[in-house]
Design a protein around this ligand. Structure first.
Ligand code: FO1
Length: 308
């Protein structure tokens, strides 16, 4: 069994490549829920939905989130009413949030609902929320105000400097059903190219997860989300710098060194391979930019072969 640690877009792309290479049923994805938000009375789980839609080949390819061929009638009508429209929810996407919210209201756990959605979308991998308990990423900006993740990422276009980050209610969160077994039982643990600071760290904030991963360090293979000093998408480069780390594959290696044994970096960073290894992390150089499913499958082969 292969276990993947996943945030949003980059993780979904690598998982989409992995299912070309090994049977989807052999993959378990432990997915971040720190981006989750409650809006319009709905429980919205962006990283779970990005993985779900991408693996179902239903993702909006331009944005990397939401559904392809989406319509926006509800948002248009909501705008006319003076409702909240800065977080764009398409008409079909709303069905996912309505279904999830209703099932949670009926007492189902997030993992249970996620399995139902994966079944409805015919997604073969097992998708596990890192916790079924509340966990919300909150960011304190340099001006001292604290905002929720989606306010930071979408409303403020993550174009504001961050002083600190906390994962609200993490201390009370328990690993979701199957999470610790998926870490202990995996022959390889794939750390997907997600944002280390706001997509992967929430996973480790759930008590018990970091310790479980540290015992598997030799079997953990990460893919750097930073290529040639920049994030391919999102604020990973800025956040590393704001947290005092270089925005480079060396910064990523330093961030992950306590629990990641191998880091795959792009060919653009080949000359930094020895600097990565100087951080105590084994380094493999390979093409990591997943322009399409074939490239993602090629990268998946490198990742899955890295600890063989
Ligand atoms: N990202 C945006 O930049 N703008 C949006 O309006 C937006 C809406 C949205 C709706 C549902 C959903 O599942 C994701 C959505 N995202 C949007 C992406 C979201 O901010 C994710 O958390 C990021 O992709 C980071 O993982």
């Amino acid at each position: 069994m292969i276990t993947a640690l996943a945030g949003g877009v980059g993780a979904a792309r690598l998982l989409r490549g992995m299912i070309e290479v090994i049977p989807p049923e052999s993959i378990t994805a432990i997915v971040n829920v720190g981006d989750d938000t409650d809006l319009h009375g709905l429980h919205i789980s962006p990283d779970l939905d990005t993985v779900l839609y991408t693996l179902a080949d239903a993702i909006n390819p331009e944005t990397g989130w939401g559904l392809a061929g989406e319509t926006w009638r509800v948002m248009e009508s909501l705008g006319k009413l003076g409702g909240i429209t800065w977080f764009n929810l398409g008409d079909q996407d709303l069905a996912t949030h309505c279904y999830r919210t209703q099932r949670l209201h009926e007492g189902a756990g997030l993992a249970e609902v996620t399995a139902e959605l994966a079944n409805s979308f015919d997604v073969g991998i097992r998708m596990l929320p890192v916790t079924d308990d509340p966990l919300r990423t909150r960011l304190t900006l340099v001006d001292g105000t604290e905002v929720g993740f989606q306010e930071y990422f979408v409303k403020l276009h993550h174009d504001v400097a961050v002083r600190s980050i906390r994962f609200d209610q993490a201390e009370h969160a328990r690993p979701g059903p199957g999470v610790l077994d998926a870490v202990a039982g995996a022959e390889t643990i794939v750390l997907c190219p997600s944002n280390p600071v706001i997509s992967i760290d929430p996973l480790l904030a759930v008590p018990g997860v970091r310790a479980a991963l540290e015992t598997r360090r030799d079997n953990i293979v990460g893919v750097s989300p930073i290529v040639a000093g920049a994030a391919l998408k999102g604020p990973a480069d800025r956040l590393l710098v704001e947290m005092g780390f270089p925005s480079s594959v060396v910064g990523v290696a330093r961030w992950y060194a306590p629990w990641v044994g191998t880091l795959i970096i792009d060919e653009a960073d080949a000359e930094l391979a020895s600097a990565v290894e100087a951080e105590g992390v084994r380094c493999i150089v390979a093409p990591t930019v997943m322009a399409d499913v074939d490239r993602a499958a090629d990268l998946a082969r490198v990742v899955l072969g890295a600890t063989a």
